[in-house]
Design a protein. Structure first.
Length: 472
């Protein structure tokens, strides 16, 4: 979660294995099996064409081309570590462009507009209504930058908090250009009408280096988010994650792991989740990251954060989460830059505040995990033997549906760090407040990235309408 920017995923061969496609193979336009018809809002961020997206969230464009207004093009890219230009990036948002266009952006209502991410089905088999998702910052100006990742993302600088409005709008709504219509170039599309509930998921919630005891001092670059208006009438209280499944009737419950499975994925050490009334809202959830993370941990596919996709490949089964690696520390088949193995034998030093004692692992030790720079708190598990069962010691398989950079790395660095929420029917817009902890002495533009996506699943699948009776 160390990258800065706003991104929209591209369709790749591995996208076939993300959860929105697990029951329908490659046909992303038919999200129900057989003769059944989808009903509800399908949120699917996958696309191979982002040329029509607007990626100017606050005066500084992302590195995805935008057709919104040409004067927002990023020029004069700044070297990393250079302070922001005068008047630029009031949130310290990690912008690297030297040409802020504040008047233009403020007039337009700076936004991220992701085209055709929503398909609203009515259950009849008719073509869906196509929706865009607009994201606007409501508390300060923010920067956008693209990254070729499998989830959308918004960046926020260290020590900052910002609230963003998410709104679904008709794909056909056209915003005036400030170039062609300088006297009338506001862009505030009305929200669409959505008569179904839907889910949104938030991923990769972690912290930066924990130089001090996180129970005493706020972790560097710690991530948290708050959103309200959840459907708390559901049996699962309007949110779910590994260790806390939604209704069994929901397809997504089949790819999460709790105590009803061969192994549960306990998220309590990775996220502090509170519900109630926050920031003036009701039916809210507030999630705070607890564990260190690095950009190399970031998921790019749903198949990297879910289990049990079966024939569609992916990360494996719930039971695999607790299975130790089959290789020892001197024979780790993967490297961390150059030819240096990640899981090296030898000493591992823990910070003074840690309860763990420094330890030296001899040749032949089976280890799950390795010290990850710039982290300060090693997350390493010693296994009694190859293939032994030990809570959280499992590693990603080398298989389709898992990108190479995660293969044979611990599941626990990535999988327990996401939560999904359910918004009730009638919700066409909602707000999310993101916060990033301070980073004393760090780069002035350094921050964290918040990943989000829909599940790609319809509310439900219904049978076709009955055939009319034969003429009498």
């Amino acid at each position: 979660a160390s990258a800065n920017g706003v991104a929209r995923l591209r369709r790749e061969s591995l996208a076939l294995y993300s959860i929105g496609f697990w029951t329908l193979a490659a046909n992303a336009q038919a999200p129900c099996p057989g003769a059944t018809n989808p009903i509800g809002l399908v949120l699917d961020f996958q696309t191979d064409d982002i040329s029509e997206d607007t990626n100017v969230l606050g005066g500084f464009p992302g590195d995805v081309a935008t057709n919104f207004y040409a004067e927002a093009a990023c020029v004069g890219q700044l070297d990393w570590g250079t302070p922001s230009p005068d008047g630029g990036c009031p949130c310290g948002c990690g912008c690297r462009c030297s040409n802020p266009q504040f008047e233009t952006v403020q007039q337009n209502g700076a936004m991220l507009r992701m085209r055709q991410v929503g398909r609203l089905y009515d259950g009849t088999g008719d073509p869906p209504q196509i929706l865009d998702l607009i994201v606007k910052n409501t508390t300060c100006e923010q920067n956008g930058r693209a990254a070729d990742m499998a989830f959308a993302q918004i960046s926020l600088a260290a020590g900052q908090e910002a609230t963003f409005l998410y709104r679904f709008v008709a794909n056909g709504y056209v915003c005036n250009s400030c170039v062609e219509s300088p006297d009338d170039c506001t862009c505030d599309p009305p929200a669409a009408t959505i008569d179904f509930g839907f889910d949104m998921c938030f991923f990769d919630l972690d912290t930066g280096p924990q130089y001090s005891d996180p129970a005493v001092v706020e972790p560097n670059l710690g991530e948290s988010f708050t959103t309200c208006g959840l459907d708390t009438t559901t049996s699962y209280g309007g949110y779910y994650h590994h260790g806390k499944k939604p209704d069994s009737s929901m397809l997504v419950s089949q790819v999460l792991c709790d105590d009803t499975d061969a192994a549960t994925i306990d998220t309590s050490a990775y996220m502090d989740i509170q519900t109630g009334s926050f920031l003036g809202g009701t039916n809210c959830i507030q999630v705070e990251a607890l564990k260190e993370g690095a950009g190399s941990d970031n998921p790019r596919l749903f198949s990297e954060v879910t289990m049990g996709l079966g024939a569609f490949g992916g990360a494996g089964t719930c039971a695999d989460y607790d299975v130790c690696p089959s290789y020892s520390c001197e024979s780790d088949p993967w490297t961390c830059g150059g030819n240096v193995p990640c899981m090296t034998c030898g000493p591992i030093d823990y910070p003074d505040y840690a309860s763990e004692a420094d330890v030296t692992y001899p040749t032949g030790t089976i280890l799950s995990g390795y010290p990850r720079s710039p982290g300060r708190m090693p997350d390493v598990i010693e296994c009694p033997s190859a293939g032994a069962t030990l809570t959280g010691a499992g590693v990603y398989p080398a298989t389709e549906g898992v990108e190479e950079r995660l293969q044979l790395r611990p599941y626990r660095y990535t999988m327990p760090k996401f939560v999904c929420v359910t918004y009730p029917e009638g919700t066409a817009e909602f707000s999310v407040t993101y916060r990033v902890g301070p980073n004393p002495g760090g780069d002035p533009g350094y921050g964290r990235a918040f990943l989000f996506a829909g599940t790609g699943l319809a509310t439900s699948c219904v049978g076709p309408p009955p055939s009319p009776p034969p003429p009498s």
